[in-house]
Design a protein around this ligand. Sequence first.
Ligand SMILES: [Cu+2]
Length: 539
Amino acid sequence: MAHYKKLIAIISLFLATVFLLFTHLETVTFVYDPRINYSKLGHWGAPQSLALIPVAGALLPHSHKVLLWAADQGDVFQGKGSDPDTTLTAIYDPKTKTITDPLLSNLRHGMFCPGVSTDFEGNLMVTGGKTAGRTSIYNEGSHSWIVGPNMTMGRGYHSQTTLSNGNTFTIGGSWSGGVGGDDVALKDGEMFDTKANAWTKLPGCTVEAILTNGELGKFESDNHAWLFAWKNASVFQAGPSRAMNWFNTHESGTTISAGARASDADAMNGNAVMYDALQGKILTVGGAPSYSLSKATRAAHIITLGAEYDSPEVEAIEKMHYPRAYSNAVILPTGDVFINGGVSYAMQWTDKNASLVPELWSPRSQKFRKLARMSIPRAYHSMALLLPDATVLTGGGGLCYTQCADLTANHMDLQIFTPPYLFTPNGKRLAVRPKIIFTNTSVELGQRLVVTTDMEVLNFSLIRYGSATHSINTDQRRIAMQPLPLGDCSSIEQGCQYEMLVPKDPGIALPGYWMLFAVDSQGVPSVGHTVHLSISSRS
Ligand SMILES: [Cu+2]
């Protein structure tokens, strides 16, 4: 028996010989196991150590690098000897796979558990968190932060979104700055007005409409709203409360009920992603009735938005294979949604009950399928982002306070997932990818985007640059583009030319930085080309 096991081990080692694979575009290095069909399962790269736990991250539009940040220390918050009003950051370069040394922010702002969104010019705005009232804006050029105006009240675990008129909306957040309705006023909506450079209250956007009924009480009931900017500076709130709402951000704001998310319960720390903005399509998955000590759900829904303030269509669809809370969901260029991490029983700061098998949801079949098992759990305080090369960065998990019992939940690393679409159908090699040779680097809404590719492609996707923390990413959304071929593609020397119209409504094509992907008939995406979508006159 011992001999048999040894033989198996030797054969396994032989089969798992390291292969280096090269695409015609760029070098991608893989530890390649010929026993695995990567075109079905995808591929996890080797974990890369960091000097901090990436609880939050944002893709930077000019350098295409990823800003990652933790708390005042890399693996603990309010740790001994550190200043809670500081933030430890690092920058990951997906091209070189290098990470800068961690840097302590230059502001009096602890950006742990904040609201995060990216504006029309690609500026990352971080609000509240540990230092509850502050606003900080990241300056990519100088790798430093700029002080923004304070919010009208302290918030942490709120969420926020850029609006179709360029302003920023936020609501909730009793985790920090006092509990709304107890220590301080209820945490109704407020808006950052870019023209006035100030936050103003929107008392008509009432937080009571979005409260969940969690076991921890008010402290957790207004956390992590699933916000989507929509037409005419409106905001659709898809969850985590079972109740859905519209917010009108004009004047002093109004709240309009949008009904209930079908038979779903409150789904704290679930995910919601706008995978087809032109059709108003949102996928929601997972979550748990309470923030902690609560059974997660497998439930999934498609919400279809029409005109602002109209009740959306809600359809309960086939459930995920695994229940998840604290998971992360990332839209891919094909329109599929990659769901990874989370736990089947919500408990903070532990890997117990980790959901290790990620899933891929297809908008065509409306079904989930299982992908390659993760080697590292990604539970509470983990994040994921789509990268311009159409792979996915996942990282983090853990980051307890000093009394935290289980330090093994701390994951000071990131890992890149290469989705199945980047492999040949037999899963033995990397697929040849279409390449965008030329396209506009900026285009106004409603205008034509002209693209030259090196081969015939089927369609194009625009995906907005993402920012992610605590299972929320209000920046990411996808537009499925309908291309019109310009002439015959047979003369490959000139490449293939396509034109397409960028939607003219800023509630759909939310201005800012987007990645344009060409996708071939096999579903293989190109590397994303950065395009700035702008609006000439703001409403
Ligand atoms: Cu947190």
